[in-house]
Design a protein around this ligand. Structure first.
Ligand SMILES: *Cc1c(COP(=O)(O)O)cnc(C)c1O
Length: 424
């Protein structure tokens, strides 16, 4: 796109955008009688208009059918989660049997580490990105402690080079190679929550496997944001939350991926529960766990149907978009436009007022831009006063994430305009 810093350009871009009508599928929060400019989908996606009705349907089934709802009605709860499988598999690039909606994200991280963190006397270390989201740090620390190791001995973090904000792929891969003898697991984010960097998951997986380690990813900021090919990239396992870019309600249900090649592997530990038991025999209630084939065999508890209903409504909206590839094309244009407008502000002041720490290459980021500026918190608060909601991350970053499902070029235009006014 040949970007221009004019309202007319933004309006025209919206008119030509085939995905623009999707915005009408969402409830846009209001600010002084106008649509809020919501650039915070990296934290919590907006509510689809149909969510209420899809949840209400299950409340009604509960009211009318009570216990029978597990087996009766249009969508028996026993099978409810299966409707989510296909759209989820499309979003993360998996076979249907490789994905399941269950639990919440950090819970899934733990359950999957139970299976895939198998330390031995020699190979016991976990490699992760430095400055990962705190929940991931705590989960990994507690897992290595659980196995009798000290975090400082068993966790290897990869940090950017001195003076750089993001990781170089070559440095990640080299660190894997250098630690191959001791590495049990590589557990990385897909997109770093702070910088917005999208890692080369395929290369990390390949190098991790060559080092004899399992490789898994926390895709909290990647699922629904960038196209993924978990199956083809040969990723061992992954999990993500659905409330960021998948819009499936605050604290909504998480998703998990387990590669097909591990489905029959009896060597992997599991913390099991009855919902992972073979579906055809589950109600025989016999001792001795026999897993359902596929990722579903990692389920533990019965489905939280109301959360699944919210997830279903959100995945319906994803389906209207024509899929993640179409969204990605628009996403690159929107985020590119925001970047262009921010650089225009810098140019007009002949000074780098705003430093974007997110990678410049659109293939190395999702929709989020992380911006550092002087008095960042003051600038952020001024944006909020003007009806632009991004989010503020300590110590000094403003995160702005134009989401292709519901944000427009006009949103981006005004966000940048208010950013420019805030530094006047
Ligand atoms: C959002 C996020 C989480 C949140 O975990 P919950 O268990 O859903 O609270 C964890 N890890 C990462 C990387 C995140 O971005």
């Amino acid at each position: 796109m040949n970007y221009q810093n004019t309202l007319q350009f933004a309006q025209q871009s919206d008119q030509q955008d085939e995905l623009a009508p999707l915005r009408d599928q969402f409830i846009i929060p209001q600010h002084h009688g106008k649509d809020l400019i919501y650039l915070c989908g990296n934290s919590l996606g907006l509510q689809p208009k149909q969510t209420q009705a899809v949840i209400a349907e299950q409340l009604s089934n509960w009211g009318n059918l009570a216990f029978e709802g597990w087996f009766d009605g249009d969508t028996p709860w026993m099978q409810y989660h299966k409707q989510l499988t296909k759209p989820l598999a499309g979003i993360v690039g998996a076979l249907d049997t490789e994905v399941v909606a269950m639990n919440t994200l950090t819970v899934n991280l733990h359950f999957l580490m139970v299976s895939f963190y198998k330390p031995t006397a020699k190979k016991f270390k976990i490699m992760m990105e430095g400055g990962a989201f705190p929940s991931d740090q705590y989960a990994i620390e507690s897992q290595v402690r659980f196995h009798g190791y000290k975090p400082e001995d068993a966790i290897i973090e990869v940090f950017p080079r001195e003076g750089e904000e993001t990781l170089r792929t070559e440095d990640i891969l080299q660190k894997i190679v250098d630690n191959a003898d001791e590495l049990a697991l590589v557990l990385f984010g897909g997109i770093n929550y702070y910088t917005g960097q999208f890692f080369d998951l395929e290369a990390i997986t390949k190098t991790g496997h060559a080092a004899g380690a399992y490789v898994g990813f926390d895709l909290a900021h990647a699922a629904g944001n960038v196209p993924l090919q978990l199956h083809n990239w040969d990723v061992d396992f992954a999990c993500w939350c659905s409330y960021k870019y998948i819009n499936s309600s605050p604290g909504g249900i998480s998703g998990a991926f387990v590669h097909q090649k591990h489905h029959q592997n009896q060597e992997l530990n599991r913390f099991s529960g009855w919902w992972g038991y073979r579906e055809d025999k589950r109600f025989e209630m016999k001792p001795g766990f026999k897993p359902q084939n596929g990722a579903e065999g990692w389920q533990v508890s019965c489905s939280p149907v109301l959360l699944m209903a919210a997830h279903k409504a959100a995945l319906n909206v994803f389906n209207y978009s024509g899929g993640i590839e179409a969204l990605r094309t628009k996403s690159k244009q929107l985020t590119g436009y925001l970047e262009f407008l921010i650089e225009e502000i810098n140019t007009s002041h002949q000074k780098q007022l705003f430093k974007i720490i997110t990678p410049k290459n659109p293939d190395h980021r999702g929709c989020q831009l992380s911006i550092i500026c002087e008095n960042g918190k003051v600038i952020f608060d001024k944006l909020v006063q003007n009806g632009v909601l991004g989010d503020w991350r300590e110590p000094d970053v403003i995160r702005l994430s134009p989401v292709p499902l519901y944000n427009s070029f006009i949103d981006v235009y005004y966000a940048a305009k208010f950013l420019s006014e805030a530094v006047q």
